[in-house]
Design a protein around this ligand. Structure first.
Ligand SMILES: Cc1cc2nc3c(=O)[nH]c(=O)nc-3n(C[C@H](O)[C@H](O)[C@H](O)COP(=O)(O)O)c2cc1C
Length: 271
């Protein structure tokens, strides 16, 4: 199994942390740097991180959890709060300058992106918030796998955002996206919980429960060709009627992760 699949397979929502083994500041920084390799729209990198090792603050954060008795919050030696910065797009110009400097983007394209992004997010606070949450979530996910790669375990925790913002003095222009506990494992943590699709009796689950492949039907294909051929490009496309679920899945799809645990198998069966 590849190293990547090993880390992917071994990540679970950990309950037991070794509270006596702290994570060094250098390693915290390395983890954050690895989390920052996540993608984001226009490469805006909306994510911001607060790392809490202080036991008293961790104890207070325990009171903000949605589920009761989340001892893992106080026991983990480190809690990350991943935030999404609602104003992050305002710094896009300087981010793009770096991309231009290393030769990955032409100056004209960078200027165009900057104008588009500032227009999009400046005029639509809801979109700015959605993007900040998307980017923050991707950074949090990357952080969990980066932690797993270093032999740490982690757990995302549901929390009350207003309380967390108050305890950690988070600026108003940041939205709390994820709380993550991280540390060395102690005791036996849960094995991976089963994933969809659910097995049916003694049979495997069907991949069609969770995914579809869409394709154009015959009239959609000819309409699309007419659209491409039309000089003005204004031939209407017959969507959505022309988009179908493809009933002939490629049979080369193989699930990346097979979980066989306590008699439960969620290997996929192709439709
Ligand atoms: C947004 C979010 C909030 C979660 N909140 C909690 C929580 O408060 N307490 C907890 O023990 N696990 C929490 N989890 C972990 C999930 O319960 C866990 O990931 C899921 O049951 C699947 O288990 P696995 O990750 O071990 O495979 C949360 C996960 C997410 C993504």
């Amino acid at each position: 199994m590849s190293e990547f699949l090993k880390v992917l397979n071994e990540r679970t929502a950990a309950k037991h942390f070794d509270s006596a083994t702290p994570i060094s500041v250098q390693e915290i920084q390395e983890l954050v740097s690895e989390a920052c390799q996540a993608p984001s729209s226009f490469n805006i990198q909306h994510w911001r991180f607060i790392a809490v090792a202080d036991e008293r603050i961790r104890e207070r954060l325990k009171d903000t959890t949605i589920a009761p008795n989340q001892e893992r919050v106080a026991n983990a030696p480190l809690i990350f709060l991943i935030l999404g910065d609602l104003n992050a797009h305002k710094r896009l110009e300087s981010i793009l300058d770096d991309t231009v400097r290393v030769g990955l983007l032409a100056r004209e394209v960078a200027d165009m992106w900057s104008t588009i992004a500032n227009g999009m997010y400046g005029c639509d606070p809801r979109l700015a918030r959605d993007e900040a949450i998307r980017s923050g979530s991707l950074a949090a996910t990357t952080l969990m796998f980066a932690a797993g790669n270093r032999g740490y375990v982690s757990c995302p925790i549901g929390f009350n955002p207003a309380q967390v913002m108050e305890i950690l003095s988070v600026s108003d222009h940041c939205v709390p996206v994820m709380m993550l506990t991280v540390g060395r494992p102690a005791g036996r943590n849960n094995a991976r919980r089963p994933r969809l699709p659910r097995p049916r009796g003694n049979r495997r689950g069907k991949v069609t429960d969770i995914m579809e492949i869409r394709k154009l039907n015959a009239s959609g294909i000819s309409a699309f060709q007419a659209f491409l051929d039309s000089p003005t490009g204004d031939t209407p496309l017959p969507y959505p009627e022309a988009i179908l679920t493809d009933p002939t899945y490629s049979d080369s799809i193989e699930p990346a992760v097979n979980i066989e645990h306590r008699g439960f198998s969620n290997r996929l069966e192709l439709a």
